[in-house]
Design a protein around this ligand. Sequence first.
Ligand SMILES: Cc1cc2nc3c(=O)[nH]c(=O)nc-3n(C[C@H](O)[C@H](O)[C@H](O)COP(=O)(O)O)c2cc1C
Ligand code: SF4
Length: 438
Amino acid sequence: MTTPRPETVAKLTPVLTKRWLSPDAWRIGTYEQLDGYAALRKALKAHPDDLIQLIKDSGLRGRGGAGFPTGLKWGFIPQGDGKPHYLVVNADEGEPGTCKDLPLMTHDPHALVEGVIIASYAIRASRAYIYIRGEAVHAARRLRNAVQEAYDKGYLGRNILRSGYDLELVVHSGAGAYICGEETALLDSLEGFRGQPRLRPPFPATHGLYASPTVVNNVGTIASVPPIVLGGADWWKSMGTEKSSGPMIYSLSGRIVNPGQYECSMGVTLRELLELAGGMQPGHNLRFWTPGGSSTPLLAAEHLDVPLDFEGVAAAGSILGTTATQIFSDQDCPVYATYRWLEFYHHESCGKCTPCREGNYWMVRVYRRILAGQGTHEDLDTLLDTCDNILGRSFCGLGDGATSSVTSSLKYFKQDYLDYIEGRTAPKLSEKTLVGAH
Ligand SMILES: Cc1cc2nc3c(=O)[nH]c(=O)nc-3n(C[C@H](O)[C@H](O)[C@H](O)COP(=O)(O)O)c2cc1C
Ligand code: SF4
């Protein structure tokens, strides 16, 4: 196990995670003792437009995967339109490897509740929803408890802190489908329909929940709002890089000594994160990794010093995504890992569009053939051709994301595929998996 050097430890910037280890951090009393609801008191004295400007000035970008500027998104909500406005928090957290929103809601649910109230006030919403995935029973319980505590203390409901502002907050558990994390599928699911993406435009900013102006933001995005209100835009921008401001929770999993959540200024490198996490497990050498979940192209050992911010990862040919850093070693097979992810995308494809529904179905079959030792060289062309027909031609990002590990593993690890095809690697799957594969 490596001991991190002091300059690496200094990269840790606990802002969203700062209360997680406090005893009973999820209770309102503890939260209030640790700055809790101070930002709300400050925000309710400000004009909503000034809050939107503050978030714009901070440079906060969405933590749900795409990194869209949050203040800009809030500014799209038409004002004075006479329609109800909604804030919907995306707490679906389904991206494989991602584990930042559920711990936040479990350990520090009031951080999200306070962020919801401030964000709703800024966009002039009087009703907000937190859509949490159905399997996350413990986090949902903590969240519901926090919402009740906030109502009891007058932070939610009518005339919040005697400001004249009213807000109702509903925690809604989904049924557990990856596609319901896609914001428009989420809105359909919240309305009681089957969760499938909507055609855009119109965008949720004008036609969202119940065809009304709606902001959909990730848990981490909204939980970043109270610290920005308290600390100011310049303080927030003092962390991170020029275009990727602030801290970020990096979820580290895989062949490392101490998996977990590490909150660091954006732009930290995997080399530094590995040092913080105690290094690779004994006997394992880094071979490949995902910078932001399985929907982001794989990176290799040569990318250890890539700055993990939106621009740095894009320049290296991948996507920062949800900063779910899954780490694989020389004892892991990139072909098999990609196959397992594809099984996931195939299973989770909502079936609305042909490229994703059919493409993932067929790619799973090609992978099974290769891993059962019956692949051909043409199979590799078939995979790339199928990806070409999915990427940019699918109805939503699920299809695009499914191709990431296929194309990137073929780019960096083609030899691993050839070793199965040419018989140098023993088959990993039995022929029984090939029923219906040809
Ligand atoms: C298939 C799919 C799944 C997604 N799952 C999530 C999710 O679980 N949580 C999330 O915040 N965003 C998810 N997103 C991104 C959302 O559509 C949306 O961009 C995000 O909630 C916006 O919030 P932000 O601006 O705060 O990042 C997903 C997107 C796709 C295409
Ligand atoms: S890309 Fe996949 S998940 Fe998205 S609409 Fe098409 S079939 Fe559904």
